[in-house]
Design a protein around this ligand. Sequence first.
Ligand SMILES: NC(=O)c1ccc[n+]([C@@H]2O[C@H](COP(=O)([O-])OP(=O)(O)OC[C@H]3O[C@@H](n4cnc5c(N)ncnc54)[C@H](O)[C@@H]3O)[C@@H](O)[C@H]2O)c1
Length: 350
Amino acid sequence: MKFSLADKQTEIKFVSFRELTVWCQKGCFYIIDANIDREYPEICGNLNHKYLFAALEENKTLVKAEDIISCLLLNGANRESHLIAIGGGITCDLAGWVAANYMRGCQLSFIPTSLIAMIDAALGGKTALNFQGSKNLIGSFYPASQVLIATDFIKSLSSKMLLAGKAELVKTALLQKGELLPLLRQDNWIEPETLLEIIMNAVNFKMTICTLDPYDKKQRRLLNLGHTFAHVIESALNYQVEHGRAVAIGIAAAANLSFIRNMIDIKRYDNILQLLQDSFPQNYFFVDSREFAVIEKKGQEFFLHDKKAGKTSRVVLFNGINDVIITEAVSWQEILASINTYENKGGFNA
Ligand SMILES: NC(=O)c1ccc[n+]([C@@H]2O[C@H](COP(=O)([O-])OP(=O)(O)OC[C@H]3O[C@@H](n4cnc5c(N)ncnc54)[C@H](O)[C@@H]3O)[C@@H](O)[C@H]2O)c1
């Protein structure tokens, strides 16, 4: 698949491990999640110029980016150099930011290893660093020229990470209203053939939206469904909750807020909650009382921080029978009340 994002082309290829090994040549600079380097010696073992790091949110920072830049400089990287990121969303966001800025931009490719990175983070060109506790506060648009997707990486994902990826897929299915939902509802959604179809479908959807709106000014903003809530939850809980689970909680919170604002009726509300219930283990998409207490105490600061930066003045909500819209002027009280559902309640705490 080839997509044109603004003035850059992104080629997306589905490849086997064998093809990947041949493609990963010496002479490039690799930024690799240390877990992947350890888990996949057949791919990462023989590469020169490797920068290994722990894929943690606290490392998606200017400090880590500066360290990578120092290493690139020390090893003679120039603006013709090719940077290749191998890892999940954290690795893609960090490596993307470095590639966009090193000598005003060098060549960038992604080899995404998590489900979230394959269907989302490696696509569409958003690079991001966290700053002073605020998620993705610093970034730019810098699409990779190539994204090589090897779905075999999924085999080593923990069940936690798999569910986190599923949460982004559920978000996509809710927005897309197409073939993805029935595929995801299959018991064998994780079987290689079905999963490949699901990933191809989600990739196509994201790239189509990003091609229409590369700089996130119109339709692309709808992809933020659940994310305003998710950013507050992740930041307040100091990233002790996976991004995907925070998105699942955010989708439930968006349904709550849409219902309380009379934007959707009880039938649509129940359908959304039912989909979440069918897709995830019990209580996956609710915060527990301990988590809620922390969000109540610390969340407003991050919400206001994001709002000041223009990031949370718009929240994606459900609307009518089948629609989603971007809503302006949502208050902290509404965000907090929408998250306040607790485990086992299974509904809005009004
Ligand atoms: N730029 C974007 O458009 C965009 C979109 C979505 C998410 N993101 C960002 O992506 C990040 C979340 O990324 P993520 O959920 O992909 O994971 P991650 O990069 O946060 O990694 C989470 C854990 O999974 C491990 N992991 C990754 N691939 C693995 C594999 N194949 N086998 C075993 N373990 C593996 C990592 O080592 C790490 O321990 C967040 O920071 C989020 O903000 C960015």
